[in-house]
Design a protein around this ligand. Structure first.
Ligand code: SF4
Length: 337
């Protein structure tokens, strides 16, 4: 029997109108605001994104404002969200929209996907949420719901299977109000059809669902194992100033505590851990004396308040300044925040 699409959509959107989430980016059709939200939501939870989204739009309300901003201001506003390439890509996209499209975001998904950092999902999301084009969106939530509804058992992180899922998804999207349907599918994944312990007992589309054992879906290829890394950095202060270095690698453009050789030994002043892609990184910070000459990529700072730093390094610097006798935080201007 053919899948009862119309009935499925009706059940889904009726549930959504009553139980869907009221998210700030759903109150706008501005492609810029929607792009910002979509880029922030890649790798980051909704609750974390909301304050960043408001603050970003306050500082950079449109493509023109973002185009005019300095890289430091942009990285500073992004600080805490991680994966800084996203912020740089937004900046480059603003430049392209202003210069190549006279400030108007293109409506064609093909053109969108030629902009920096805009892939298939983001292009479809903007086409759908900003321009109400009847296209599917496949991200973590919608993928999970669809593979369960359809009992789709191919690994969704294989390109061919993923494409197949996009094709299935496209057949279900309604011609009109597709943005409501896609928001409903997303919310069903976030609130009901959760990765673990899906709430099938109260699911509004249970009668359409073909999953025999939903928790085993989606199927994925074997995961990369997490690798442990130890990164050593220096805490150097002189006359109330802290020495930082502008990163040219992972955190390109951001200011970090100066790196040390991995062979450095002794007792670290500070140890913390943070995840990075499939790594678990241990950050170990050692006190080092002020050098006579500093490298070209290094600089002394009186305050770290207005410079862009990755969160693990900012937290380490702040905690060391607060706890080190002889380096009171007041020595750093208004203090390290
Ligand atoms: S019935 Fe269960 S597995 Fe199927 S869509 Fe609903 S919550 Fe997900």
């Amino acid at each position: 029997m053919a899948f009862p699409k119309a009935e499925f959509r009706r059940a889904l959107t009726t549930w959504y109108r009553k139980h869907g989430r009221d998210l700030p980016w759903r109150r706008t059709r501005d492609p810029y605001a929607i792009l910002v939200s979509e880029v922030m939501l890649q790798q980051t939870q909704v609750a974390t994104v909301i304050p960043y989204y408001h603050e970003w739009l306050r500082q950079f309300p449109d493509f023109a404002a973002l185009n005019r901003a300095s890289e430091n201001d942009i990285l500073r506003a992004w600080q805490g969200l991680g994966y800084y390439a996203r912020a740089r890509n937004l900046h480059a996209t603003a430049r392209a929209v202003v210069n190549r499209f006279r400030g108007r975001f293109p409506r064609s998904i093909d053109q969108m996907q030629r902009l920096p950092g805009i892939g298939k999902y983001t292009g479809h999301a903007i086409a759908n949420f900003a321009f109400d084009q009847a296209v599917p969106i496949i991200e973590a939530n919608t993928a999970r719901v669809l593979v369960r509804i359809l009992n789709f058992r191919r690994p969704i992180d294989r390109r061919g299977s993923r494409e197949k899922l996009w094709e299935h998804a496209a057949t279900l999207v309604p011609e009109r109000s597709a943005h409501i349907y896609n928001s409903a599918l997303t919310d069903l994944g976030a609130l009901i059809c959760r990765p673990r312990r899906p709430r099938c007992g109260i699911c509004p589309v249970k009668k359409f669902c073909q999953a025999k054992n939903p928790e085993t879906l989606p199927v994925r290829k074997a995961r990369l194992r997490t690798t442990r890394l130890v990164e050593k950095h220096a805490f150097v202060v002189r006359e109330g100033k802290i020495l930082l270095e502008q990163s040219s690698s992972r955190w390109r453009g951001l200011w970090i505590l100066p790196p040390l050789e991995t062979s450095e030994s002794g007792l670290p002043l500070h140890i913390s851990k943070f995840p990075f892609t499939h790594h678990r990184v241990t950050l170990a910070v050692y006190r080092r004396p002020a050098p006579n000459r500093i490298a070209p990529e290094q600089r002394w700072f009186e305050s770290i308040d207005h410079i862009a730093m990755p969160s693990p390094h900012r937290r380490a610097a702040q905690s060391l300044v607060n706890s080190s006798p002889g380096t009171p935080s007041k020595a750093f201007g208004v203090g390290l925040r």
